[in-house]
Design a protein around this ligand. Structure first.
Ligand code: NZQ
Ligand code: ZN
Length: 381
């Protein structure tokens, strides 16, 4: 087990009716909020009204920045920075999923920086400061509500890049599982695959394979995600399943999932980010396509040990091949695509996708050749 330092400053307020607490929390940091949200789901399910009422009661003025796209884009984030500056916003509030939260993080950092926002993503500048950020989560998936990363797509260059910095940890995140009851079944599935993938990345790329506690945290969270998803898809009003899913997904990428592993890599994410940058597919859908193919590559390169351990603990199977099949069967059963062709991505595009992946893996310091990336993508065709 490797040395680590763990510090996660985000305050989580979890449970039914907790959006009412947002205003009091946010008013400790500011009085004028940029409210960042997506295409309107929060207006249909009551989240917008609950957020507005809580902020108004706390005397917070709101400037709206709506229309965040799933896979949020740079041009819209830049507009948000401009709006925050022109209106003198002193806090940023995101209401929605990873996309709204990530764009809100980018805006919060951009508003405290004199250069261009993309500098953080291209690596030209580090994030030193950001406006205080608060979130109301409506989809369990990314863990963005309790981590310090964000992902933005530069539409001009087709680069989907990430930026990180401790200033991006939300001050407070409100997790009310009832807000997730309006999620379409497809988004439930994509969120579940994404949450599971965050556990898989660390577990399979760890250089230290003797970390009992983190392996067991991974097994437990993975089983919880799978069991919760099954119950949610059977009964979307199952509050306890929604609650378990929401908290599991948050813990799957709040730092806890890789403590003691030493260096880990996000190779499946690197490949997926090119799929969503080039084809605008949902992040979880792209991961469901990439992971079984990458598992096959991992088995050939690193042997069966980790796949066997994961499969036994999570799916109750014995061999590495059975683990790969069980993962693929699970993703397919809950409604995620498992092949490039399921997402209408033609195999002839594989060289173009691999080219795009190389840009991100060199930035993330992941040591894969282009031939390896193409071979993984061919396994996903
Ligand atoms: O835009 P609206 O109308 O809100 O609709 C959204 C969107 O269409 C809808 N939705 C969300 N909550 C809902 C709802 N519909 C009904 N009821 C609700 N309660 O769901 C759709 C997807 O939302 P989105 O925010 O895009 O999903 P997700 O949370 O999966 O976020 C994906 C983005 O986060 C990035 C991904 O790459 C992608 O860009 N990631 C961020 C990470 C991070 N910051 O730590 C890590 C992840 O690995 C990931 O890369
Ligand atoms: Zn992810």
């Amino acid at each position: 087990m490797q040395n680590f330092t763990f510090h996660n400053p985000t305050r989580i307020i979890f449970g039914k009716g907790t959006i009412a607490k947002l205003g009091a929390e946010a008013s400790r940091a500011g009085k004028k909020a940029l409210l960042v949200y997506g295409g309107g789901s929060i207006k249909k399910n009551g989240v917008y009204d609950a957020v507005s009422a809580s902020l108004a009661a706390a005397g917070i003025t709101v400037i709206e920045h709506a229309g965040v796209k799933p896979n949020p884009v740079l041009s819209h984030a830049r507009e948000g920075v401009k709006k925050a500056g022109e209106n003198g916003c002193d806090i940023v509030i995101a209401a929605g999923g990873g996309s709204a939260i990530d764009e809100a993080k980018a805006i919060a950092a951009g508003a405290a920086y004199s250069g261009d926002l993309w500098d953080f993503f291209s690596g030209k500048a580090g994030i030193k400061d950001a406006l205080p950020l608060f979130t109301v989560l409506t989809i369990p998936a990314t863990g963005s509500e309790m981590n310090s990363g964000c992902v933005i797509t530069n539409e001009a260059t087709k680069e989907k890049f990430s930026a990180m910095g401790s200033a991006l940890f939300p001050r407070v995140s409100i997790l009310d599982p009832e807000t997730t009851m309006t999620l379409p079944a497809t988004q439930v599935a994509y969120g579940a695959v994404d949450a599971l993938s965050h556990l898989i990345e660390g577990y399979f790329s760890t250089t230290d394979r003797d970390v009992i506690v983190t392996d067991e945290i991974t097994h437990a969270l993975a089983r919880s995600i799978i069991a919760s998803t099954e119950r949610i898809l059977k009964d979307p009003r199952d509050y306890n399943a929604r609650a378990s899913m929401m908290w599991s997904a948050t813990m799957a990428l709040n730092g806890l999932q890789s403590l003691g592993y030493g260096g880990t890599s996000f190779i499946n994410h690197a490949i997926e980010h090119s799929l969503s940058a080039l084809y605008d597919i949902a992040h979880g859908a792209g991961l469901a396509i990439v992971i079984p193919a990458w598992f096959k590559h991992h088995l050939r390169k690193d042997g069966p040990a980790r796949l066997e351990k994961f499969g036994a603990a999570v799916f109750g199977v014995r061999t590495a091949e059975e683990t790969i099949a069980a993962f693929e069967a699970w993703s397919g059963k809950i409604g995620a695509p498992t092949r490039l062709s399921d997402a209408d991505i033609p195999a002839r595009d594989i060289p173009k996708i691999a080219e795009n992946v190389m840009g991100l893996i060199s930035k993330w310091g992941i040591d894969y050749t282009r031939t390896e990336i193409e071979s993984i993508l061919n396994k996903a065709a």
